[in-house]
Design a protein around this ligand. Structure first.
Ligand code: PLP
Length: 345
């Protein structure tokens, strides 16, 4: 089986849409930097005390913490956390006051996939007005388009693959729904989450090479994953593009490919062994963020910010032997050689 055939014009759109064909005010080949810190505004929407939210239990920690704080510390909203990779978990959890369901696929760090088509249908059949949001940071719009499966808001940390060079901090919320767009736009105006002109300029430049970078992230990562899969020091590799992954079929059905991100267990799950391997690496960097041209990795069990308790980590499979890697755009043979010499001791 193979991944879904991708849109052959993706790169043309990414390169030209930012120059806004048909927009009489923008003719520049490279978009100009427009300096403004003030934007026209309308009315602000907010959530109400007592609203209910359903969120995935293995979300990016920043969003997990936000929901946890609103739920436990401030009692503002009620949140149920579920394992979203099991679609049936959504069968009886949606209520009349469920305003939002927050998903992320593939998940961090074990790359579980959420079946977006099944989950969105289940949610909307119980409450059509529940807004479904999905963090698509790990795959970028090149490899996965959640809106095609009924997701209302797609979130990207542009800091990662979309920016792609670890030199920008930005997020994006995308929607096909006019009402949601108007509300988000108003929130932006009122609360000020406005990226700087220079960051916008960098992200627009990066979009032009998104397709070609993602293809290289994918082919490099698959080569490294296959190498690790057969290495005697490695117990298991979690990469949805590998036949061995529990959600491989779903990944093929839902996506156009997979990015540079995956994870693996070093045998014996001992932190000293894991640190020894990481310290022996020559050019693969230990770093928190991901999605850039350099190959980086992190040890999720010990690297802050980690808001999970030991029990929660155990339940999620985050052991001291787990490494999450983002395979960059270097020569794949060099990346493999660095891993080989670090693992062979
Ligand atoms: C899946 C995911 N979503 C969102 C974020 C937040 O990104 P930013 O660094 O742009 O705040 C991260 C950061 O690691 C992430 O991994």
């Amino acid at each position: 089986m193979a991944y879904q055939p991708n849109n052959p014009s993706f790169s043309s759109d990414a390169i030209h849409l930012s120059s806004a064909f048909g927009n009489p005010t923008i003719r520049d080949v490279v978009p100009p930097i427009c300096l403004s810190t003030i934007y026209e505004q309308d009315v602000p929407p907010t959530y109400k005390k007592g609203d209910h939210v359903v969120a995935q239990n293995d979300l990016y920690h920043g969003i997990f913490n936000l929901f946890n704080r609103l739920n436990l510390e401030t009692n503002e909203i009620e949140v149920d956390f579920v394992d979203a990779s099991i679609s049936d978990n959504f069968k009886n959890i949606i209520r009349k006051n469920t305003k939002l369901v927050w998903l992320e696929t593939p998940t961090n760090p074990l790359m579980k996939m959420v079946d977006l088509q099944t989950v969105t249908s289940l949610i909307k059949s119980q409450n059509p007005s529940t807004i479904i949001a999905c963090d698509n940071t790990f795959l970028s719009p090149y490899f996965q388009r959640p809106a095609n499966f009924g997701v209302d808001i797609v979130m990207h940390s542009c800091t990662k693959f979309i920016g792609g060079h670890a030199d920008v901090l930005m997020g994006a919320l995308c929607t096909n729904n006019e009402d949601i767009y108007t509300k988000l736009k108003n929130d932006q105006v009122f609360y000020g989450p406005v990226p700087s002109s220079f960051d916008c300029y960098l992200v627009l430049r990066s979009l032009k090479t998104l397709e070609i970078r993602m293809q290289r992230h994918m082919s490099n990562a698959l080569k490294v994953a296959r190498f690790l899969e057969q290495h005697p020091m490695i117990e298991k590799v979690f990469h949805p593009g590998l036949e061995s992954h529990e959600h491989h079929e779903l990944s093929l059905k839902q996506c156009y490919g997979h990015s540079g991100i995956f994870s693996f267990y070093i045998k014996d799950h001992n932190i000293d062994t894991t640190l020894k391997v990481v310290k022996r690496l020559r050019f693969i960097l230990l770093a928190e963020s991901l999605g850039a041209v350099e190959t980086t990795l992190k040890i999720p069990s010990i690297m802050p910010p980690n808001s999970l308790t030991d029990e929660e980590m155990k339940a999620q499979g985050i052991t001291n032997g787990l490494i999450r890697i983002n395979v960059g755009l270097e020569n794949p043979e060099d990346i493999i050689e660095d891993m080989r010499q670090a693992l062979d001791f």
